[in-house]
Design a protein around this ligand. Structure first.
Ligand code: MGD
Ligand code: MGD
Ligand code: SF4
Ligand code: MO
Length: 774
């Protein structure tokens, strides 16, 4: 029986709040993973897909970028991977009548949840200028409209090409080539909002913006510090790796304002003991840091490391590493010696004894890994904080040796691969040279817009065409209202998507929605079935093979759509035969092999069952392609998050049942939330101080410089054990509160984890549809 799309939008009226959990997965995880899959897809499709997921001849999970172990279990997926597959492979399709029934104006009130639940997009649709409706259109006509608009631009820089991290390496490579042959580096991507701060800090300090460990290093490590990451929800199979690391003797420390379930305990749903036994205790120490306090914490640990060395010279620092492989130590040591402990206490709100304990653990450990994600990268001082992570690692030579290293945990399943393939508004000159030489053209050298600058350019009317290769920029970016107004000012917006979202509803004067195949689907082109390739968070590259027939005859692969757009806009400029790339993806891989460093013999290497691992200087040989050829120990000035009295530092984060702007359900099981999303988590002592009752409905005002307050109305205050002075709410809803200009220094990533807010009692009822913002 085919499931039905909901007609009515969802409501928070029946929201229920229960106690948060203190461990993740277990039987609950299995039940939760299979139930929606069976309901939406039926037993055959469910079995076929879930058992092929993350297997060597199967397809790569399209959800997060967590790697696959060498030895795979029969069921190598997690609850959230199963949700992602179900969401994509649902047999539910948007019917033709949908476009007649729903004007764009009427869709503006709909939640992301409702939009996504309408089913897969099956045919290209077009909204002409002046119309309030999309209507089906042929592919030829769609390409013609795109080609005409792009050819008519005065400058290629009036177009921008956004990418979300699900796109394959083949699609990403072709897409960036398209933009650059057209003549622009306007290639903003989701990474700009995600791990950009990581890239900025790591390229400077170690010469590569990626993890310096391999999967097996987790099992070899003495100490794993997890900062600003919620693996139980966002990288669930990481808990298996952590459990194994623990069995091998590793200690685990979690640093977070929230006591996230998955950080404390884990029952492996794949193991028999996981069904019945007790949860493995994961974290040996939990540091409940104040939002944005990590930089101070890291400096305080480094200070203790240096002091311990002072007490017992030659026993704590890795002098060989520091002397042979790094520079900047003296200046750093001098700077850290002056660290003011009171400033640390204020910034972190962590008792000194706990910092001492963590420093001891770090000094005792022969090998340490530091992992981090959005709780670190989405802060004003994120780049400095990551530089301090690197400093701390360098002091004890925790890089390029077994069980040790820096491990940013990436988000989208192929966000790292997309970057490797050239999706970046400022690729290095060496890449541009190789690209130009391979295709016989001079690529544009001026850097393009990133996501934040792209929105600014939209708001200033500088962009006429916006193309989105997946994703949901308008849902994901900060300052929703400003971003939406900007998008409405374009002449043409184009989205290549599997399902509907906000970015299809708020459009340019003309708009196109182009249906693409997802990773689960078999992709047949002129030369036969195609595979695509992806890179995970530890730089392993491998093939992914679709398993089920395409959702509809009119849905096309991303590669085919990009080739069609490029052909329409550029014809055979520079002798590039775009359509031939879509006939056989080996032809793209041959080009990748000659342009992208580390991808030599790309076709042969990606045909191996295990794929291959990209070279990584720091990991492989302590080689650092930095300005000085050494690992850079840096000096960074502390600047804590300022929060005036009566205000809270709001972080915007993910519930357990969402993937970024995709909402799978209104529940957040581990945090005890059922049937609702309009919540703000606040410490009970802060609620008392603010005179707000647990459960009271509040309006959230975000204060930014002298700009008028941004407001989100009708949210339920939930008493929750977050750090004092801190609060949390879900994005995308909370994005209206994040000012566009509030961005991380150097990386320009929206500061999604530190929005200064005040709460006021609300008269707005918790209601149906999108939350009220005015
Ligand atoms: N199921 C699921 N999986 C996903 C995603 C999803 O939406 N759903 N998204 C994917 C993507 S694109 C990404 S980038 C990753 C995101 O993975 P995460 O980074 O885990 O995602 P967030 O939900 O933003 O959680 C941020 C965590 O950092 C903590 N935090 C917030 N502020 C601070 C701080 O100042 N200091 C410290 N130490 N901690 C802080 C929060 O309490 C929270 O635990 O997940 C990927 N995987
Ligand atoms: N306030 C706040 N904002 C944030 C964050 C935060 O923590 N707080 N996190 C930021 C982060 S880390 C990220 S990565 C961004 C995410 O930003 P995006 O990557 O732009 O957003 P997603 O929600 O992942 O995109 C979902 C859409 O992708 C499309 N899609 C799904 N699968 C496919 C596919 O296979 N092919 C194609 N072509 N389309 C597909 C579907 O139409 C779906 O609606 O959001 C950022 N925004
Ligand atoms: S951990 Fe991430 S990649 Fe692995 S199955 Fe779960 S969601 Fe998919
Ligand atoms: Mo992300």
């Amino acid at each position: 029986m085919t499931p039905k799309a909901p007609r009515e939008d969802f409501s928070d009226e029946d929201m229920k709040i229960t106690e948060p959990k203190d461990y993740a997965a277990g039987l609950g995880g299995v039940v939760h993973s299979m139930e929606p899959a069976l309901k939406q897809m039926g037993p055959l499709r469910t079995a076929k897909l879930l058992l092929k997921m993350n297997h060597k001849d199967g397809f790569d999970c399209m959800s997060c970028a967590w790697p696959d172990p060498d030895r795979r279990k029969p069921a190598e997926f997690c609850e959230n991977g199963a949700k992602a597959v179900t969401w994509e492979a649902t047999p539910l399709k948007i019917q033709r009548s949908f476009w007649d029934e729903h004007s764009l104006t009427s869709l503006e009130d709909k939640t992301e949840y409702w939009l996504g639940m309408q089913g897969r997009i099956t045919e290209p649709v077009y909204k002409p200028k002046g119309s309030d409706h999309y209507a089906p259109i042929s592919w030829d006509r769609a390409f013609d409209i795109i080609g005409t608009h792009l050819r008519e631009l005065e400058s290629a820089d009036e177009a921008a090409f956004y990418t979300s991290g699900r796109a394959s390496n083949e699609a990403a490579f072709l897409y960036q080539l398209f933009a650059r042959v057209l003549g622009t580096n306007n290639l903003p991507d989701c990474s700009n909002m995600c791990h950009e701060s990581t890239g900025t800090a790591m390229v400077e300090t170690v010469g590569i913006g990626k993890s310096t460990i391999a999967y097996n290093d987790f099992g070899k490590s003495d100490l794993i510090i997890i900062m600003g990451q919620n693996p139980g929800t966002n990288h669930p199979r990481m808990l298996t790796a952590l459990q194994e690391a623990k069995e091998n003797g590793a200690q685990i420390v979690a640093v977070n304002p929230l006591p996230e379930a998955g950080l404390f305990g884990y029952k492996d749903p794949q193991a028999v003991k996981g069904y019945i036994g007790k949860a493995t205790k994961l974290a040996d120490q939990f540091i409940q840091v104040r939002s944005g306090g990590d930089m101070a914490l890291l400096q305080a640990i480094s200070k203790r490391v240096l002091e311990a060395e002072g007490r017992a010279p030659g026993t704590v620092l890795d002098h060989d590493f520091i002397a042979a492989h790094s520079d900047g130590f003296e200046a750093f040591a001098e700077h850290i010696a002056q660290l003011d402990e009171r400033a640390v206490e204020q910034a972190t709100a962590v008792p000194t004894a706990e910092i001492d304990e963590l420093a001891d653990r770090y000094i005792q450990a022969d090998s340490a890994i530091i992992c981090w994600a959005m709780g670190i990268t989405q802060h004003r001082k994120a780049v400095d904080t990551i530089r301090e992570i690197m400093n701390l690692l360098f002091l004890r030579g925790n890089i390029g040796k077994p069980g040790a290293g820096a491990s940013p945990i990436r988000g989208h399943s192929n966000v790292q691969g997309d970057r490797t393939m050239g999706v970046w508004e400022k690729m290095p000159e060496s890449f541009m040279d190789a690209l130009g030489a391979e295709f016989g053209f001079e690529p544009p050298r001026e850097h393009g817009y990133d996501a934040v600058d792209g929105i600014r350019a939209l708001a200033e009317g500088k962009l006429k065409v916006w193309v989105g290769l997946g994703g949901n920029l308008l849902g994901a970016i900060s300052d929703t209202n400003l971003a939406e107004a900007g998008m409405r000012g374009t002449q043409l917006s184009v989205q290549l998507s599997t399902k509907l979202n906000r970015s299809h509803v708020i459009t340019g004067e003309e708009a196109l929605v182009l249906p693409v195949l997802g990773r689960t689907e078999i992709d047949v082109q002129a030369s036969g079935p195609q595979y695509i390739t992806v890179e995970d968070t530890v730089c392993a590259v491998h093939a992914s093979h679709g398993q089920i027939p395409p959702v509809a005859p009119d849905a096309r692969s991303e590669v085919a759509v990009i080739a069609g757009m490029a052909h329409a806009a550029l014809g055979d400029r520079y002798g590039i035969d775009w359509l031939s790339f879509a006939e056989n993806y080996d032809r793209i891989r041959d080009r990748i092999a000659r342009v992208v460093p580390g991808c030599e013999d790309y076709n042969a290497k990606t045909r191996r069952r295990d794929g291959f691992v990209l070279p990584n200087g720091p990991r492989d040989s302590r080689t650092f392609h930095t300005e000085t050829g050494k690992a850079r120990i840096t000096v960074n000035d502390l600047e804590p998050v300022e929060c005036p009295p009566g205000r809270l530092i709001l972080q915007t984060l993910r519930s357990h049942d969402q993937f970024n702007t995709t909402i799978y359900s209104l529940n957040d099981r581990y945090r005890g939330i059922k049937k609702g999303r309009s919540v703000i988590f606040v410490n009970p002592d802060d609620l008392a101080e603010l005179g707000i009752e647990d459960g009271q409905i509040v309006d959230i005002f975000s204060e930014w410089q002298d700009e008028p307050d941004r407001v989100l109305r009708g949210f339920r205050a939930v008493s929750y054990p977050t750090a004092r002075g801190c609060a949390a709410a879900y994005f995308p809803e909370a994005n209206v509160l994040v000012p566009l200009d509030s961005a991380a220094l150097e990386s320009n990533t929206p500061v999604s984890k530190a929005v200064i807010v005040r709460l006021e009692p609300s008269t707005t009822p918790v209601g149906v549809g999108r939350p009220a913002v005015v």
